[in-house]
Write a protein that binds this ligand. Structure first.
Ligand SMILES: *Cc1c(COP(=O)(O)O)cnc(C)c1O
Length: 357
């Protein structure tokens, strides 16, 4: 059994993908070729957002969103203490300072109840993560942010396809960033990412930032980056986006089966009534995680831990944030464990996982 079976997906659309790749090889517009624009347009339609700007990966997408808002040394950005490192990494990389916020013990997303007390004049952005595929509570977060006139960036690397009160992840905040890393809900065959916004000016700036700050050929108006979505990856993504709504339904079915089989036995994921998760992960909580993982492995079931250590306790932040306390983040890091999750899980594999748990 595989944790994520990318082969099953490829087998189902092999001819279409191969044809798309061949088309790119034939026209050879490898950088910002027509497929990039096609994918950006189709993605904007899917999200209902005005602008999609393809970039090299999800980490760059976060960095470019921060730079679009002119985040610089001395500024502070609020991020959850429990997420993948890239979220705070890009804040630190720009010389700004991450200000950690603890998460909700059931959704694992930034806890809006704790947000207002950490806002200060130096906070220049709030960057909640929609973890495991479920959106953070953006109405609540946006309401607090707008009171202090602070822009919000959604780290939507795990939530592409999710909805919040009927609106798609990526279309809920000033700016949003996603990743098309192969294992994400919508993944390409290498690295890829995108920024989203409804703001024309920010979209223009993001386009400059991904291409050396260029406006017109060899005319550089700002210091930018080389961070474009590859034409080949965009071509693959166009075909994958076409089957993506169907895959979201299949992911929900897998989650439903897990919920039905595991309820009352372990702590199963809580999805808010106004949310639809993209199910990047199906993550449960257990007490003796190492022993549990070992037993699962013995029964042929792969598991993974997202994530074993909160950000403030990462070695890179030793002495800087390591004395801070985020009790919920610290507790859930000890207990969370993710089960195999992808749209093509067989009934047999589902039964095996549920039985093993
Ligand atoms: C995967 C991920 C990223 C980074 O995306 P890459 O494409 O791997 O650079 C950022 N934030 C979160 C929450 C992620 O899960």
């Amino acid at each position: 059994m595989e944790f994520i079976d990318l082969g099953a997906q490829y087998d189902s659309i092999k001819e279409k993908i191969n044809k798309r790749i061949q088309t790119v090889l034939d026209h050879r517009k490898f950088i910002l070729g027509p497929e990039v624009e096609e994918f950006e347009k189709k993605t904007s339609e899917f999200l209902g957002v005005k602008h999609t700007i393809g970039v090299a990966n999800g980490t760059d997408a976060l960095m470019i969103c921060l730079r679009a808002l002119d985040i610089k040394p001395g500024d502070k950005v609020i991020v959850p203490a429990f997420t993948f490192f890239a979220t705070s990494e890009m804040v630190s990389f720009l010389g700004a300072e991450p200000v950690f916020c603890d998460v909700d013990p059931d959704t694992y997303n930034l806890d809006p109840k704790q947000l207002e007390k950490i806002i200060s004049p130096k906070i220049k952005a709030i960057m909640p993560v929609s973890l495991y595929g479920q959106c953070a509570d953006f109405d609540w977060i946006n309401q607090i942010a707008s009171k202090y006139k602070i822009p919000v960036i959604e780290d939507a690397a795990q939530s592409f396809g999710a909805t919040y009160k009927g609106k798609r992840s990526g279309n809920l905040t000033t700016l949003a960033a996603t990743s098309f890393f192969p294992a994400k809900p919508l993944g390409c065959y290498g690295d890829g990412g995108a920024c989203f916004t409804n703001d024309d000016k920010l979209a223009e700036r993001i386009k400059q930032l991904r291409f050396h700050g260029q406006v017109g050929r060899y005319n550089h108006v700002i210091v930018g980056h080389n961070s474009r979505l590859d034409t080949l990856q965009a071509a693959i993504l166009v075909e994958k986006l076409a089957i993506f709504p169907k895959e979201l339904e299949l992911r929900q079915k897998v989650a439903d089966a897990y919920n039905a089989g595991l309820k009352g036995k372990v702590k199963t994921p809580k999805v808010e009534s106004f949310n639809k998760s993209a199910w990047a992960q199906y993550t449960i909580e257990v007490n003796d995680r190492d022993a549990f993982a070992k037993k699962m492995q013995d029964k042929g079931v792969p598991t993974a831990v997202h994530y074993p250590k909160p950000l403030h306790l990462q070695p890179v932040y030793e002495g800087q944030f390591s004395k801070l306390k985020f009790p919920v983040s610290e507790a859930v890091c000890q207990k969370v464990i993710s089960l195999p999750m992808h749209p093509y899980m067989s009934e047999k594999d589902l039964k095996t996982v549920i039985g093993a748990v």
